[in-house]
Design a protein around this ligand. Sequence first.
Ligand SMILES: [Zn+2]
Length: 63
Amino acid sequence: MLNCEQATRLQSESMERPLSLKEKVELKLHTAMCNACRRFGRQVGSLRDMSRQYRDQQDNNSD
Ligand SMILES: [Zn+2]
């Protein structure tokens, strides 16, 4: 079972690399029970969306 530190680290790492199936399952199990990490995961997710939008804009500008 992951602790909160491991779970938040995995969530951060998921921005940089695809997580393995095992990591995804462990993370899902943890966030299902842990409010704090669920919230953190949402923040990471929105950060990822923002950086993707930023990249898309850069691509459009270079057109
Ligand atoms: Zn946690």
